[in-house]
Write a new protein. Structure first.
Length: 261
């Protein structure tokens, strides 16, 4: 088959225009995803998101794309330390077994500080180790056993576990209180606690709180606890559970992982 020179150049131009259009679509999609994350996505996570959307781009190509578009992520660096053995009275039934084969078998929980213009408020959260999904949370002006219980009650309400659930926490006063123990006894909850002074026994919660603060609340100053609660709920429901890729889950979000299972 003979192709004229003019025909060849028309084909070449059409191919080039198609590639430019495709590249522009990819760049626009990458920018939209980065903005949706409030500028937190790094090259590794953004490449996972783009591949899910049909753009075949590796981590280093994504890094070049971000550099060209003037984008930079806020993914925090993970620090790993060797924990010391410390004897404690409360049993650590979880024993760092963070991989679980079914939902609603093992949950982890903790409380962290969130700054507002009116002072500190406190976020209690519960995560299902199976999918790393945040299944319960609440925010309050005071760090009490009731705050911890509200997060756990919400988890029980939303998940409706069929059998006993292991719930792991640190040894904070909220989790050693009689209210916490009584609720566990009456509601099919087996309690587990980290060794005293050893945050790595609850590393999954530490990582979630770190992601929340670096990706979402780092550059914000909430007017009050209620504003913080609304925005953190948005992060949990619309971003973290529904959309954010998780390395432990093979690049899926917690919701996607549970649907795919």
């Amino acid at each position: 088959m003979t192709v004229s020179r003019n025909g060849f150049y028309r084909w070449l131009q059409a191919t080039h225009l198609q590639k430019v259009s495709s590249d522009a679509e990819r760049d626009a999609h990458a920018l939209a995803c980065w903005k949706a994350s409030r500028g937190s996505l790094g090259s590794r996570t953004l490449s996972v998101v783009l591949r899910k959307e049909g753009f075949n781009l590796g981590r280093y190509a994504t890094r070049s794309l971000m550099k060209r578009l003037g984008l930079s992520g806020r993914q925090r660096r993970h620090r790993y330390v060797v924990a010391r053995d410390i004897n404690v009275a409360m049993p650590n039934h979880l024993d760092r077994e963070f991989t679980v084969e079914a939902p609603n078998k093992k949950w982890v929980t903790d409380i962290t500080y969130i700054q507002t213009r009116q002072g500190w408020c406190y976020l209690a959260a519960v995560v299902d180790l199976y999918s790393r999904k945040v299944v319960g949370w609440d925010v309050a002006k005071t760090m009490t056993a009731e705050l911890a219980l509200r997060a756990l009650r919400l988890a029980k309400l939303l998940r409706q576990p069929k059998g006993k659930v292991l719930v792991h926490s640190d040894q904070g006063s909220q989790y050693t209180s009689s209210e916490w123990r009584d609720y566990a006894k009456d509601n099919g909850v087996e309690l587990s606690q980290s060794r005293r002074g050893n945050c790595w026994d609850n590393a999954v919660m530490e990582r979630f709180f770190g992601s929340l603060k670096s990706e979402w609340v780092k550059e914000r100053c909430y007017p009050d606890a209620e504003s913080a609660k609304r925005d953190i709920s948005k992060y949990v429901i619309e971003y973290y559970n529904m959309w954010r890729p998780h390395t432990h889950l093979g690049g899926l979000s917690p919701n996607e992982y549970e649907v795919a299972a």
